[in-house]
Design a protein. Structure first.
Length: 418
């Protein structure tokens, strides 16, 4: 009997990249649905006679929920595996959008869209991105960047596609169409996810399994996985410094997603031009996730993350002086580039710091800091505009928050577990 028959050839494509693609679909589905919101901003405002601050609350509450719920979905995925948790989340996205099409008040939109998107992304995002961390070590930043590129593609395509759907189907029909698409894509993504490489007889980055482990490798017990348990992480001051930095950075991160289109219309641009500007954030974001994640693997993920947050703050200050479509397009692309890098690096850097043992749970708890920034930033910016007729002070405050966050992040250690 030949050696080839004793040792069947390994797949030419490491399954970790299939997991990256599945996570990409999760991000595309959940965040693509969430970031269609700018296209619905005016139709909802006109249908229900609501102010900018009130309509902004719809998005802010959804964002608050989906980042807050990571603290629940992360530990749940560590215990049950990612597939049932992610599947439940993406079903909530699709059904929530379909239910929103029947809303007869803005309060009903808050309930259906807010709970549907909030629960849906909250139960799918952290488990999916946490799973990617388990499949990679040396290429963790690159893999994370490619996975969360789904957010960038969703941001890029979602608003203009939603604007087209609203024009042809009305906003209610558009919600139904997006809901059905979310259910289909969500089913595919859930089917492809696998919890860890050792469950398939593999190791991170596709490194061959040592012969003594046998053909299936064997699943490591939690205490054998490198890193700190969740309780130990929560007792470490480095976690709370990172938590505060993420909260400050995210105070302004989601303001452009909600208010860039209305800001552009205040300058005399059309509703469609405003929607396209939000789409350009997605273009920049996609580039940032693909390029900056891999670059940070070589430069150092902590240092790169701090620099990206600082540049985000400077870009927000540029927004104040950007006049006209092309100047705002430069802002949208630059902001998207750094936003994409931030989203790609936060889970990778967090795993570098605290290890894999409770990766999904730690990332989930960390993202509750993002929840508060998401709730406060867009809502306060909308209320400030309703009160003063200007976005100046909200943008300045958000930029300062990013600069303070950068100072906190660059002072963090690179690793705290042995």
């Amino acid at each position: 009997m030949s050696d080839a028959s004793l040792h069947p050839p390994r797949p030419t494509v490491f399954y970790g990249w299939v997991v990256v693609f599945a996570a990409f679909l999760v991000m595309l589905t959940g965040f693509g649905a969430a970031y269609t919101f700018p296209a619905f901003f005016d139709p909802l405002s006109e249908s229900f006679g609501a102010t900018r601050g009130t309509v902004s609350l719809v998005f802010s509450l959804a964002g608050f929920l989906y980042f807050l719920l990571g603290a629940v979905s992360g530990p749940l995925a560590d215990r049950l595996g990612p597939r049932p948790v992610v599947g439940f989340g993406l079903a909530c996205v699709g059904l929530g959008l379909i239910a929103a099409s029947f809303a007869d008040s803005l309060a009903a939109i808050v309930v259906f869209y807010g709970i549907g998107i909030g629960l849906g992304v909250g139960f799918s995002y952290v488990p999916a991105i946490g799973t990617v961390q388990r499949w990679f070590l040396a290429k963790r930043g690159q893999a994370s960047g490619w996975a969360v590129a789904g957010i960038g593609i969703g941001t890029m395509a979602g608003p203009p596609v939603a604007a087209w759907a609203i024009e042809h189907l009305g906003w209610r029909g558009a919600y139904v169409a997006f809901g059905i698409a979310a259910l289909v894509l969500g089913a595919v993504a859930t089917f492809l996810l696998r919890g860890s490489p050792d469950s398939m007889g593999l190791q991170p980055d596709g490194v061959p399994v040592p012969d003594h482990k046998g053909p299936r490798g064997g699943t490591a017990r939690p205490e054998e996985v490198p890193g700190l348990a969740l309780g130990a992480v929560l007792r470490h001051p480095a976690f709370w410094r990172l938590y505060g930095g993420a909260a400050l950075a995210c105070l302004g991160t989601f303001v452009p997603f909600v208010h860039l289109a209305p800001f552009a219309q205040d300058q005399g641009l059309s509703h469609l031009e405003g929607v396209w500007l939000v789409g350009l954030i997605g273009v920049g974001s996609t580039l940032g996730r693909f390029v900056l994640g891999g670059l940070a693997d070589r430069l150092g993920r902590g240092r790169a993350l701090g620099l990206i947050v600082l540049l985000t703050g400077l870009t927000l200050l540029y927004w104040l002086v950007a006049v006209g479509f092309w100047a705002l397009a430069v802002f949208a692309l630059a902001f998207g580039l750094f936003y994409g890098g931030f989203v790609a690096l936060v889970p990778a850097f967090t795993t570098d710091l605290f290890g894999l043992r409770a990766a999904s749970a730690v990332i989930g708890v960390l993202y509750t800091s993002v929840a508060f920034g998401t709730l406060l930033g867009p809502t306060l910016a909308g209320w400030a505009f309703d009160t003063t007729g200007s976005y100046i002070w909200p943008i300045v405050i958000c930029a300062i928050g990013c600069m303070l966050a950068a100072g906190i992040i660059v002072r963090l250690p690179h690793r705290i577990y042995s």
